[in-house]
Structure formats: structure tokens, C-alpha cells
Write a protein that binds this ligand. Structure first.
Ligand SMILES: Nc1nc2c(ncn2[C@@H]2O[C@H](COP(=O)(O)OP(=O)(O)OP(=O)(O)O)[C@@H](O)[C@H]2O)c(=O)[nH]1
Ligand SMILES: [Zn+2]
Length: 348
């Protein structure tokens, strides 16, 4: 239970609503705990935006940027159930998922025009976005660098790579498209994409320079570039909240079968025409997906990307199963040991 909220009026600017209030009332937290939203997580400490300002707290329970929590003194006492969670397979090869941001409504997938669009990266992030429960929007950044034909080509590639997903072209330098991105960034929006995609520069444009300069944590990398080192949640001047994330190099998928299917709705649609309901679209006879690939109606690249993500997702699931099995074995061994010790103690 949390106490009456003397300064609760700022919480809605962070996304607080009556549903969160209800959840907070029934949460398991000491009297006097106050609600707030996690703005930053850094080596075992979290920054929470509360009605009484920014609080540094120790997370007694694990939490991620975007979580609504109840803070008791200087500790996070409870995390309210998440509406959505943007996760990736942990980069270190461990079998746990890493929560990049919680309670996200819109995932802004930044793809820079400068480098030429990398469709595989966009597909992967769009799949993770759908899987999270949020709505993806592709943001084609740095369009001031169009050489006259690259913008048209990029928009066409993105339409193929992200069917049914809005694509917003933007230049943070010229300001073109910034209002459109602001309109697309519904609710809590998170900016994801590779390092150097222009996420922080776009965040600046959306937030106003000063807000960003004082709030985000940036560092100079080995090549002398400024790069974001922390995820940071910031209220936008209009309605909504923005989370800027450091560039994502490796984004593994896991438990993302639904998200992958949504990101590849064209492939799934074709699969409806396969002879076998459990067709793996590999070497099965009567496979409509393979046929479309052969006929060139489904780009070979896209089919390969779909297969790759599905395989990766299944592999991650197998790894999780292996870990759970190992844990079960470990538990069982412990039980057996305990039992033996009890028998010995009884003199058997
Ligand atoms: N021409 C042009 N350059 C841009 C634009 N947006 C960003 N840049 C430049 O691209 C570089 C990278 O921009 P950042 O905003 O730091 O990229 P980021 O995605 O935040 O990178 P990380 O913090 O490493 O994840 C910087 O040199 C920016 O000045 C743009 O709209 N047009
Ligand atoms: Zn098939």
C-alpha cells in the first residue's frame, strides 16, 4: 500500500494512469511507499521519477527502465505488473532474456539512410517490437543525406522488410519529419537501432536540446564518437515519454515466435497455402512459401531472413529447456542429498 500522493500531479506526465493506481493499491509494499517510474538502471542502482522528484534507489526486486515501482525509503519495494516488455536474448550467451524497456507502447526502429538500409536488422527489431506487445514504427533517419535516389530505394526496401508498419522519414539536422515522428511516438516510445543511427540526435530534436544534454548519459567511444551508454526515460514536451537506448549491436530473438510471424505476415500468409499444416517450408512437397521463393514473388532474401529468425528462436528455446532441465536435476540432487542426511541422522 502506498500513502496519499502529495505531488502525484507530475506522475501522469510519465504515463501514470488510473490502472496503475489500482495496481499500486493492491501491490505488496510497505505503507508509505511511493509510486514512480524507473528512468535509469545502472550497476545495481536505479533512478526513479516520483511525485517527490528523482530518487536513487536500490532495487530489492529486479526492474527495468520503464517499470512502475513502489519506492520505500531508498529501496524499490515492488514492481507493478508489466503491460509490455521489450526483451532480447542476453548478449553474453546466457539463456536468460534481457528486458530493454518495460511498459512500452511504441518501438521506434531507427534505420539510417546513410549506411543504406539493412533490412535484416529492421526485421529483427520489428519482430521483437511486435513480440513485446508494443507497436513498431520504422524511422528512416538522416534523410538529408539523400543523393537523389537513395531515399526512394530505402523506402521501397523498408516497405518490403516491414509490411504493415508505418515508415517515417526524418532528418534531425533539417528538422524534416520531426513532428511526424513526435506524432507516431504514442505513449511510451523507445528508440532502438544500431549505434550511430542518429537516435540521440533525434531524441534531442524531440525533447529540445537542453532537456537531453542534461539528462542522457553519453560517453566518447574508442573512435572519438559520442555514444549513449545508458537507457534513459524522459518525458516529451507533448504527451508521451521517450526512452533512448544505447546502440544495439547484437539483438538475439527468443520466445518471439508470434512477433516473428507478425513481422513476416507475408510469409505466414503464403504458408496458409502449403499442403501440410506443419510445413517447415524447407523441402516439403506442395510448399507454397518455397514456390513463391522460386517464382520470385517472395524475395529470396526475405525468405532466408525468416528461416534464420525462426531457427534462432527455436535454438534459444532449446537452450532455455536445457537450462531448466539442468536446474531440475540440480534440485533433485539436493533433495536426494538432504534425504540421505536425514536418514543418516535418524541412524539408518
Ligand atoms: N546528416 C545527418 N547526420 C545526423 C543526423 N542525425 C544524427 N546525425 C549524425 O550521426 C552521428 C550519430 O548520431 P547519434 O545521434 O549520436 O547516434 P545514436 O544512434 O544515438 O548512437 P549511439 O548513441 O551510439 O547509439 C552524429 O555524428 C550525428 O551528428 C541527421 O539527421 N542527419
Ligand atoms: Zn511450406
Amino acid at each position: 500500500m502506498f500513502s496519499a500522493l502529495p505531488h502525484a500531479s507530475v506522475l501522469p506526465t510519465y504515463g501514470w494512469d488510473s490502472t496503475w493506481e489500482q495496481l499500486a493499491l493492491t501491490a505488496d509494499a510497505p505503507a508509505g511507499a511511493v509510486p514512480g517510474r524507473v528512468a535509469r538502471v545502472d550497476r545495481g542502482r536505479v533512478d526513479v521519477l516520483t511525485g517527490r522528484g528523482r530518487v536513487h534507489a536500490a532495487p530489492r526486486v529486479p526492474c527495468a527502465v520503464g517499470d512502475w515501482v513502489l519506492v520505500d525509503g531508498s529501496a524499490v519495494a515492488a514492481v507493478l505488473p508489466r503491460r509490455t516488455a521489450l526483451t532480447r536474448s542476453a548478449a553474453s550467451g546466457r539463456s536468460e532474456a534481457q528486458v530493454l524497456a518495460a511498459n512500452v507502447d511504441t518501438v521506434l526502429v531507427a534505420a539510417p539512410l546513410a549506411a543504406g538500409v539493412r533490412p535484416g536488422r529492421v526485421e529483427r527489431l520489428v519482430a521483437l517490437a511486435w513480440e513485446s506487445g508494443a507497436t513498431p514504427v520504422v524511422v528512416l533517419t538522416k534523410i538529408d543525406q539523400d543523393d537523389g535516389s537513395s531515399l526512394v530505394a530505402a523506402l521501397s526496401d523498408l516497405a518490403d522488410a516491414a509490411p504493415g508498419v508505418d515508415v517515417v522519414p526524418v532528418s534531425a539536422v533539417s528538422g524534416d519529419g520531426v513532428d511526424e515522428v513526435a506524432a507516431a511516438a504514442r505513449g511510451t516510445a523507445v528508440l532502438v537501432g544500431p549505434s550511430g543511427a542518429g537516435k540521440s540526435t533525434l531524441a534531442n530534436a524531440l525533447l529540445g536540446e537542453e532537456a537531453m544534454a542534461t539528462a542522457t548519459v553519453r560517453d566518447v567511444d574508442g573512435k572519438g564518437r559520442h555514444t549513449t551508454v545508458h537507457r534513459e526515460l524522459l518525458p516529451l514536451p507533448g504527451p508521451g515519454v521517450l526512452v533512448d537506448t544505447p546502440g544495439l549491436r547484437a539483438v538475439g530473438v527468443r520466445d518471439a515466435a508470434e512477433g516473428i510471424d507478425r513481422a513476416f505476415a507475408d510469409v505466414v500468409d503464403l504458408a496458409g497455402g502449403c499442403r501440410f499444416a506443419d510445413c517447415a517450408h524447407d523441402t516439403e512437397p506442395g510448399c507454397a512459401v518455397a514456390a513463391a521463393g522460386d517464382a520470385g514473388t517472395l524475395p529470396a532474401r526475405r525468405l532466408a531472413a525468416y528461416r534464420k529468425l525462426v531457427r534462432e528462436d527455436e535454438w534459444a528455446a532449446a537452450r532455455t529447456d536445457a537450462r531448466l532441465a539442468a536446474e531440475r536435476r540440480g534440485r533433485w540432487r539436493q533433495i536426494t542429498r538432504d534425504q540421505r542426511a536425514r536418514y543418516r541422522a535418524r541412524g539408518h
